[in-house]
Write a protein that binds this ligand. Structure first.
Ligand code: ZN
Length: 152
């Protein structure tokens, strides 16, 4: 990666950590999960409003922790809004490969560009869990985090 691109990516990450998107509890969330990364102390709560077919109709997050963990959560919620469960799963798999420096697989170019902002993390194995915390928490919320309101 060239220096200019790296600098741009750092700016994107800082911007998301300072001005997180879709931040705060989501009224009427059907699913919710809390995630914790003990290696760094990062915390993320993901709120979801899933359609009957599992599409992410709305999503929000709250959290506390390092810039990587919070920026990753902010970028993730921005990407996942409106996605079907299958699309979200593909993005998550792609992201998990990316941060380990592995081949990402078949993703839309636009999605790949947005995920690649975090690609530099693969050079810092200790920080990978910071970057993946939000994604794992999203998966837990979607699969096991049905709220009382979601069950109604
Ligand atoms: Zn962290």
């Amino acid at each position: 990666m060239d220096d200019a691109l790296r600098e741009l990516y750092q700016e994107v990450i800082l911007d998301h950590s300072r001005h997180p998107r879709h931040y705060g509890p989501l009224a009427g969330a059907s699913h919710k999960a809390e995630g914790y990364n003990p290696l760094c102390g990062d915390r993320v709560t993901i709120y979801l409003k899933l359609d009957a077919d599992g599409r992410v109709a709305d999503i929000g997050f709250e959290g506390k922790g390092c810039a990587i963990s919070q920026a990753s959560a902010s970028m993730m919620v921005e990407m996942l809004k409106g996605r079907t469960a299958a699309e979200a799963g593909r993005l998550m798999q792609g992201f998990l490969h990316l941060v380990k420096g592995e081949a990402v697989g078949d993703l839309a170019e636009d999605d790949l560009e947005r995920l690649e902002v975090m690609g530099g993390i693969s050079a810092f194995p200790m920080r990978v869990k910071c970057a993946t915390l939000a994604w794992h928490t999203y998966k837990n919320a979607a699969e096991e985090g049905q709220t009382a309101e979601g069950a109604a």
